[in-house]
Design a protein around this ligand. Sequence first.
Ligand SMILES: [Zn+2]
Ligand SMILES: [Zn+2]
Length: 165
Amino acid sequence: MQLTFQFSDDLLHQLGYRNTPQRYMILRVLQESHEHLSINQILERVQQSNPYVNLATVYRTVELFTEIGLVRAVHLSGHQTCYEAVQEQSHHHFVCRGCHSMVHLDSALLGKLHERLEEQIQVHNLTLELVATGYCDACWQMMQQQDVATNGAVAEVTSKPPVHL
Ligand SMILES: [Zn+2]
Ligand SMILES: [Zn+2]
């Protein structure tokens, strides 16, 4: 499901909020970005079109969008809180335990898990946000090399003849 600007407008209206030019601009920045943005990054991008928008406004607006479900706050370990526009009902991240790098997972891999869950536990409009953790390839390679170095040292020690007392 792709949320359109029209949809966002309608939703704001339904909930009794006016869609001010500033709100529109902040939402557009989030919807046009395909990455997670921190509050400061959002501010920077909004200020490119309107230098008079301040941090407090961006913060309040993003809070509002998060409350009504247009935007999700992403808290991943090792990262500051970031925000992104909600584009679909399932959204998954992989976070490396070593370097905290983050990648988005292809939700097609999990198929229609959110729909099946909706059916099974009888809930509606369920969103699914999985966080998978592990080691990225770079961190893994580095750990393998460290392992080899450590095991080498251990092997040297244990290869000495046992001391009998
Ligand atoms: Zn890593
Ligand atoms: Zn994300």
